[in-house]
Design a protein around this ligand. Structure first.
Ligand code: HEM
Ligand SMILES: CC(C)=CCC/C(C)=C/CC/C(C)=C/COP(=O)(O)OP(=O)(O)O
Length: 323
């Protein structure tokens, strides 16, 4: 009796371990931020009034597409992941999932994503999601990652596709504002990744991946980080002017967040080998993108528009009374 109970417990633990391994293959923590940017795109496209069913289906499809891309990346990179300390315990290098099963899992996720987006949203959003997988797997992982110091600059375009998926799911096309969202993430990726690459330079050097800090050193990398970060401020404000899809609330948030990011990048440029500063810049990059997207959401709410116009009216009355 006790043996069979122990057997059931052990079986359940095994099942949980298998689920955990497949979950880890998808790199879920990265997907969360990708989904936040997708939601940001949807929110602006729908001017703050997104159909909840479309939102849920698009985010689920985005999860499947990104999970598929990340699984294929883990499959392709399992040789170097086995050598690098940070990635050694991932499901493939540690042997918890076989390459064949990982491939079947990735294909299933991609098919589900394409089917859901085509059925519930439109073909454009489905094709954009598939182009994200293609770009990340073929252009970044296969062509660039092991061959160019600009790997993450060009390859980073893959990570900038999710807001396009969100936008297209709502409107069926892509406007200038959607491309500005793409540009924000495109410019954000080098500071995000190179700050981390400064911290784990030795790992990349060990496996011969030509990340910029490995090849050119920390000083030129920190300069590049600074210029990309600086360029983020005017680009993030394009949504306010000339595109007029965001207002004063977003502008204030974008300026504030961008200012802090530039300050951190400046500090890193002054001390390019200070791992604590690099760590703080990397961590802040994630917070920056999360809060910028939250700012887009807040600015798009009809309640915010009412509040801003009420404040403006009040100010007008006060100024009128004073003059
Ligand atoms: C080519 C582009 C990119 C590269 C090379 C890159 C690389 C990395 C690496 C190596 C890590 C550390 C992961 C780990 O510890 O296992 C990381 C963390 C992270 N990345 Fe990126 N990244 C890129 C783009 C993006 C994009 C587009 C997003 C989302 C919009 C993103 C979101 C995150 C998040 C949220 C983390 C922290 C995960 C955690 O909590 O551990 N990354 N990135
Ligand atoms: C629309 C769509 C599906 C887009 C795909 C977006 C996507 C999956 C972006 C991932 C970006 C990323 C985490 C790169 C790190 O790869 P790495 O190989 O350098 O990281 P690692 O060393 O941790 O494996």
């Amino acid at each position: 009796m006790q043996n069979s109970a122990t057997g059931v417990i052990r079986h359940n633990q095994d099942v949980l371990q298998v689920i955990k391994s497949y979950w880890q293959l998808t790199k879920p923590r990265i997907i969360l931020l990708l989904l936040i940017t997708t939601a940001g795109g949807m929110w602006i496209a729908a001017q703050g009034q997104v159909d909840p069913v479309l939102l849920i289906v698009t985010l689920l499809s985005g999860t499947f597409a990104a999970g598929s891309a990340n699984t294929i990346n883990c499959l392709y990179d399992r040789d170097i992941d086995y050598i690098m300390e940070r990635t050694r315990s991932r499901p493939l290098p540690s042997g918890r999932v076989s390459p064949r099963d990982a491939l079947i899992f990735a294909i299933t996720l991609a098919v589900l994503s394409f089917g859901l987006l085509t059925y519930f949203a439109n073909l454009l959003s489905a094709c954009l999601a598939m182009s994200g997988i293609f770009f990340y797997v073929v252009v970044y992982t296969h062509w660039l990652k092991r061959h160019s110091t600009q790997n993450i600059v060009i390859g980073g375009a893959a990570g900038a596709i999710p807001p396009l998926v969100g936008w297209a799911a709502v409107t069926g096309d892509l406007s200038w504002a959607a491309w500005v969202l793409f540009a924000i993430i495109f410019l954000w990726t080098p500071p995000h990744f190179w700050a981390l690459a400064i911290m784990i330079r030795e790992d990349y050097a060990k496996v011969g991946v030509p990340m910029l800090p490995v090849v050119d050193g920390n000083e030129p990398t920190s300069k590049q980080i600074f210029y990309y970060t600086l360029s983020l401020i005017p680009v993030s404000l394009l949504l306010v002017y000339p595109l007029h899809v965001m207002g004063a609330v977003y502008a204030t948030i974008a300026l504030l967040l961008g200012g802090i990011f530039v300050q951190k990048a400046w500090k890193l440029m002054q001390a390019p080998s200070d791992l604590m500063v690099a760590r703080s810049t990397f961590k802040y990059s994630i917070l920056y993108l999360m809060l910028l997207c939250a700012g887009m959401g807040i600015d798009s709410l009809p309640m915010t528009h009412q509040m801003v116009s009420a404040i403006a009216q009040h100010m007008q009355t006060v100024i009128g009374a004073l003059l």
